[in-house]
Every structure is written in C-alpha cells, then in structure tokens.
Design a protein around this ligand. Sequence first.
Ligand code: F6P
Length: 321
Amino acid sequence: MINKIGILTSGGDSPGMNAAIRSIVRTAVNNNIKVVGFLEGYLGLCKNNTIELNKKNVSNLINKGGTFLGSTRYLKFHNKNKQKLAIHNMKKKGIKALIVIGGNGTYLGANSLKKMKFPCICIPGTIDNDVVGTDYSIGYYTALETVVQSIDKIRDTSSSHKRISIVEIMGRNCGDLTLYSAIAGGCELIVIPEIKYKKQKLLKKIKRIIKKEKKHIVIAITEHICNTKKLAKYIENKTNRETRTTVLGHVQRGGSPVSYDRILASRMGFYSINNLLKKNIFGVCIGIKKNKIIHHNIKYMLKKRKKKFKKKLFYMSKKLY
Ligand code: F6P
C-alpha cells in the first residue's frame, strides 16, 4: 500500500492549481497517506527542493490564484539523467507515486517517469484548455472570465471612439479561450489557429462590418497567429478607421479561481487519491467528460496531442453578429 506521495505543479500556472493541491493533500491525509510537495515543478524534483504538506498548511488556499508550490518550465527534464535523479530523490524519501498538475509539457515529464516504471498521475491545469482527454482544464474558466471582462471594457472605449479593436488572447495553439471569450464578449470577428488565417480575407470582413455602420468592431485573435500590432497598422491604412491592439498577456493567468475551477480542482484532486491511487491505477491522466470525472492512459493523450476543434461553436459564432 502506498503511504507517501509527491506532488508538483509545472509549466504555466493556472488559477485553481492551489485548490487541486489542497484537495489532494486533504484526501491523502484522510487516508493516512503522507504528501511531499516539490517546489518549482520538475526543477524542485531534481534539486530535491521539498515541503511537507499537511491539512493545515494547505488551508486558506482554495481561493488563491497561482500555485503556492511554484512552477517552472524545466526543459532539462527531457534528459534521462535528470529523470533518473528525480526517481532517485523520490525513492530516497520513500515516495511511491507522483501526482503532477499542469499542461502538455508537464504530462511529457510524467510519461518519461512512467516509462521508467515510476507511478504517476496527471491532472490538467492550464488556461489554454489544450489538453486531450478532458473537456476542461483547471484554470480555463477563470481565464475565460478575465478575458470576457477585458473585452467588455475594450468594447466600451472602442464604441466611444468608433475604433477597431484587436484583442490578443493566450492559448498557444488552441483557440478555445479565444472562441469562448469572443462568443461571450460579443466580438464581431474571431481569428483562431484552427482556421486558416489570411489578412486580406479578414480585411474584407471588416469592410463589410464598417458598411453596417457599427460603432465598434472587436476582433478576438489567438496569440502567435500574426503580429497584432502590425495587423492594426495594416487595417488602419486600408480602412481609414483608427485601430488599436490590446495584448492581454499574463493578466489572463492570474486571479482568484472562479467557482467552477475550484470545484473541478477539488473533484480531480479527490479522484486522484480515491479512485486511482487507492486502487493502484497509475500512468493515467484525469479528465472531465460530460461532467463526469474520468481517467485514461497517458499514452492515449500523448498520441493524440491535438484537441478536437469545436467546429459547430465556431460556425455558430459567425451567425451571431
Ligand atoms: O500555457 C499557458 C500559457 O499562458 C500560454 O497561453 C502562453 O503561450 C504561455 O503560457 C506563455 O508562457 P510564459 O508564461 O512562459 O511566457
């Protein structure tokens, strides 16, 4: 029987990671399982940087953004020697399994430990919502709220000045955060990585909207698709309408988690101990599908890599302005 586990958060932080840590620790301790937290993700795992976690030191955390364990993108963890060192450090401490909270990069790290026969469980924590095998990841809904609030504010000033506003939204290669926030924020145009982008085509659409004499035009666009500052200049030159870009940036990653994320994190944390660890199920990722917490083999997730595009939602969004 496993009596001691490790836990870490890695990659870009997301609101609700603390709530997941709290849930894991409390469920584990209630089952007489000790929990060690590794600080700053896989870096702390290699450096043996730890903190003993108990019911008390995870109190007052459920409403806090970020991750109190800290997080890094530790690329050196791809190295086999680092992975061996990590396992050595855990075994020396009597740790028998590791729970990681993070996105795709975090899952890759866990998969390499799994390949070396070290038991791991992955919990999806990222604002990008780009993890395969789960409808939502912890932090996504909070980021969505943050983006929608920003869009609302941008629309106000956009209307006052009859401007075109471009809002650049995080999400890496996944358009979920952009698509959902654009629908909720009533954006006129949506540009996401799943749909081929052509600035000339976008311009045509903008010109069509200008003809409708709308006061504002808000364009939601996922990061990395193009240089949004240059795009603003291009649109301004071609339309004669003042155009501004707002890059929302890391404001999207912070803040107190919304209730949905707190509950999702609590459910996933609980499930990781009660439904997996106690039944010796490892090498798996946790997800939520149709509001049910589920798990599947990490291999499935890594094989698929890309999340299914929400085509219907995208086409619906085009009919709504
Ligand atoms: O994965 C989360 C995320 O916020 C992405 O949306 C974004 O591309 C990236 O992290 C930014 O990373 P960093 O905080 O390392 O600049």
